[in-house]
Design a protein around this ligand. Sequence first.
Ligand code: UP5
Ligand code: MG
Length: 206
Amino acid sequence: FDAKKVTVIFVLGGPGVGKGTQCANLVRDYGFVHLSAGDLLRAEQNREGSEYGQLIRDYIREGQIVPMEVTVKLLENAIREALENPKPDAGAGWSDGQGRFLIDGFPRKMDQALKFDESVCPSAFVLFFKCSEEVMLQRLLERGKTSGREDDNVESIKKRFRTFEETSMPVVEMYREKGKTVELDAEKTIPEVYVDVKKAMDAKFA
Ligand code: UP5
Ligand code: MG
């Protein structure tokens, strides 16, 4: 596909900060396709015949970052697929090979960021959600009662927090230094956060 016709926004922030929740709002109102790297990895993990199933399961449980080749390939395939088969009601920004994507939970390691920018397409900007670990922990434990996610337990959550601080924050800092990051307070209620998200989006796309 033609990278110049594709708009990508990275959605970053700690585990349980509300990335997926806010992306769902943006899909509804702005005609984006939502690609969660974590969701794509979990789908690949469960795909029959996948050679990466066990590897992905182990990395996710340990809160580690799956080797980037796997994730970049899954994202690239998902982008291509969405461009080739746009939804009939896709809306603005979806014609002639054009498309708009929210890439949620990626890149979370420097090598992934550089690789994606260079070999897939550069991002327009980054929505970065910020929230205390105490609040994220409560949200994840609550979600864990029903999510069935193998990493929604205290042990895995603590590891995810550590990986986020040590490995993913440098990526956020790099985009911040480039002036590409919009920072949002995710401690507020879901509708309040979304009011801020919309302001940021409207400022960028005005
Ligand atoms: N909730 C949301 N917003 C709220 C608010 N403002 N107030 C109150 N409650 C709020 O939300 C989490 C919960 O909080 C929900 O119950 C929600 O209702 C509530 P959600 O929107 O799901 O948060 P999100 O940020 O999406 O949390 P998630 O757990 O998905 O984030 P992670 O970044 O931890 O998970 P992800 O799926 O992205 O990655 C999982 C693992 O995959 C990683 O740890 C890693 O091992 C692997 N991975 C890679 O290896 N490489 C990658 O590139 C990506 C992932
Ligand atoms: Mg998520």
